[in-house]
Design a protein around this ligand. Sequence first.
Ligand code: GTP
Ligand code: SPV
Ligand code: MN
Length: 607
Amino acid sequence: MAMPTKNQKLLAWVDEVVKLCEPEKVYWCDGSQQEYDTLCQQMVASGTFTALNPAKRPGCYLARSHASDVARVEDRTYICTPRREDAGPTNNWRAPEELKTEMRALYKGCMHGRTLYVIPFSMGPIGSPVAKIGVEISDSAYVVVNMRIMTRMGQAALDALGEHGDFIPCLHSVGAPLAKGQKDVAWPCVPDPAKKYIAHFPQDGMIWSFGSGYGGNALLGKKCLALRIASYLARAEGWMAEHMLILKLTSPEQKAYYVGAAFPSACGKTNLAMMQPTLPGWKVECIGDDINWMRIGDDGRLYAVNPENGFFGVAPGTSRSSNPNAMDSITRNTIFSNVALTDDGDVWWEDMGVPAPAHAIDWKGEEWTPAKKDADGKTAKAAHPNARFTAPASQCPVIAAEWENPAGVPIDAFLFGGRRPSTIPLVNQAYSWNHGVFMGAAAGSETTAAALGQAGVLRRDPFAMLPFCGYHMGDYFMHWLSFGLRTNPAKLPKVFFVNWFRKTAEGKWLWPGYGENSRVLRWVCERIEGKGQAVETPIGILPTADAIDVAGTGVTAADMQELLRVDVEGWKKELASIEESYKPYGARLPYALRAEVDALKARLAKA
Ligand code: GTP
Ligand code: SPV
Ligand code: MN
């Protein structure tokens, strides 16, 4: 067979993996529509996919995962640097050679009875100077079709790689070999979460994943390459790889602003990235919803590129009223994972904004009615809380014209945030770059369903990168601080901390969120212009009581006062908790962050 590439490194690697994994067949993906359609049809035939009703969702499919394989497995995610201290205290570490030996034994013969797919892809627009080529080898057709939506996948990536180009090898297996004649299951994987592996070898620029078919564990271009490996490269090469959305905001005066926002998983990036502002005359357009690669441009400003090609978004909570642009992005050509199937062949999930169907098939593949209860007596969810849609970014009605600009867009502001029911105000501007880095480092959230484990407990998630930083988090903080020296600080984005998730004592949202967040974005723009009514407080620069217009939102003056209150006692506790979170970094915690703590402490003591 004529090979679709002459790249010797790639050919040799594919050979080596074929010998190790012993697949029944080898298939090189070209990325064509025909290939995609064929694989989808094969998955319908094998029971992995259900084709949705073409009159309701043309070109759409539903996959139900194994019940154990619904989210990222952070416990099983490894950064394998030669020295343990280079992975840092927030990452799981294994000695590279030791883990490779252990995993080679797992990979041996792991693709028996399966097809090995070679999936060439580009993170970033093909041919962009910032793009990185990866090649994923996977034994999952589900991975192939999702990678075609999420990345620039196929022959074009292979052509960009060329004969001598370099790539990041990404090896993935669901870890479920088939014996001769053995019938496959709908969602092959290693069911025991403790036996899955998501391993990164930053020094080798290499990723090995075993046992899971789910999103971030299996679509290796996303978190593994574009964040963990990329953050490692970014530090060495002087750029940034961040867990951030990128949006373009246009004011009624037609002035455009670009904003990067880092919120932890399932904390509102997709929603903010394509929001429909409730403020008349304001427009939001989407550049990206999850990952942001940035470099300093010739003019000294930070330029951002979205390395992805699609959205892998949280379905539950997505509705016409919360995120109409996401709803319009997923009307066609979309893969749904772990949502409910209605009797008329459409999808449904909790808080979709349409009444619950009287009957459906839930994400477990079981009969479901609104009265169904789980074993613990609670109302059974029809969709898994981390159910997702995979949709082409090009289908977003508000995708910005410049979203594929290889040079990127100049960032005016960074937002950090998370789910914080108390203490943290609606919005708070940093006094300086270093203060902004302190804010990012102190970010945290109640945990969500995006990772396996308990949801709803507060944890620090610095820069929303805790699960995604490919090296020592203390060095990562230093990398952020260093940008204050790499360019004229006046050219750097202004930094803000936001919190859409404040709750009342009764547990109700204090802030309406979603499109109403445009009111906060307007104040951010005013601050970028050096305007906006603001007050200097011990914790940062806050809007004055009437700086944010809430007319028509139902937010009362008392609510607003609470949303903008500087809770001095709460902040003293917060500060103690931030200092506690610094302890594991030891000597690798940059001095500048301690200085920020001391300065905040002094300001609070005077308050
Ligand atoms: P990942 O894809 O996991 O990185 O998540 P994400 O940060 O893109 O989160 P997403 O926008 O998908 O939001 C996750 C959940 O938060 C959804 O259920 C949303 O409905 C909810 N959410 C988003 N924005 C807001 C908001 O402004 N207020 C409230 N109360 N909920 C929100
Ligand atoms: C996240 O968990 O932050 C996601 C989904 O964006 S996944 O691709 O599974 O990581
Ligand atoms: Mn994410």
